[in-house]
Design a protein around this ligand. Structure first.
Ligand code: GDP
Length: 208
């Protein structure tokens, strides 16, 4: 199909999605190594990794039909975890400033967020909570859908975070929760369908 203009990642561009095929921006957050790129590759198919967003990160676009209605999801895998900024003194202040600007941009542009941690890495689980807090701060007045994802469930013997802990965290932070394995392709389709349903639920309640 026709390519959307470059500006398609800017905050205002989802203002008038076509009613028949609305387009939503979903941003992946989480520490590096937790499986964000693997999950989105499964969602989009590696060959579709052809869209680059305005910051040089990867954006993946795919149409999907959920509950009989078509939607286009633009999934942004552009998150630079905080660690990079702690090293700001190495990168130089200018670059560190850019990094943090880019992060706050990420927190502003999503219609929905997927916060990923690895069930084999407790630090990444702690980071997920911090991200939820940052997101709440950045989008205070808004009720944006957030899905907490515990990935790498196939690594049974390396598990550091139980499913119950994940669920409890999601309950506290008022988000949805799902465990996935990108390696086994388990629950990946369900994750993205869930995102669409969460967005629709919010849209529906706004209209009424
Ligand atoms: P990102 O930095 O969050 O984008 O993480 P990547 O998608 O690059 O994944 C980091 C590493 O974890 C790669 O070696 C992946 O192959 C591996 N990985 C990702 N998801 C899974 C999973 O569900 N199970 C296992 N065993 N490995 C995974």
């Amino acid at each position: 199909g026709g390519r959307a203009p470059r500006g398609s990642c800017s905050p205002g561009s989802s203002g008038s999605p076509s009613l028949r095929n609305p387009r939503y921006r979903v941003v992946l957050l989480g520490d590096s190594g937790v499986g964000k790129t693997s999950l989105v590759n499964l969602f989009a198919g590696v060959q579709e990794r052809d869209l680059l967003d305005q910051h040089g990160g990867a954006a993946y676009e795919r149409r999907l039909t959920v509950d009989g209605e078509e939607t286009t999801l633009l999934v942004l895998d552009t998150w630079e975890p905080e660690q990079r900024v702690r090293w700001g003194w190495v990168l130089g202040c200018h670059q560190a400033g850019e990094e943090s600007q880019r992060r706050s941009h990420c927190l502003q542009i999503g219609n929905a967020y997927i916060i990923v941690y690895s069930v084999t890495d407790r630090d990444s689980f702690e980071s997920a909570s911090e991200l939820r807090i940052q997101l709440r701060r950045a989008r205070q007045a808004e009720d944006i859908p957030i899905i907490l994802v515990g990935n790498k469930t196939d690594l049974v013997r390396c598990r550091e975070v139980s499913e119950e802990e994940g669920q409890a965290c999601a309950a506290v932070f008022d988000c949805k929760f799902i465990e996935t394995s990108a390696a086994l392709q388990h629950n990946v389709a369900e994750l993205f369908e869930g995102v669409v349903r969460q967005i629709r639920l919010r849209q529906g309640s706004k209209k009424s």
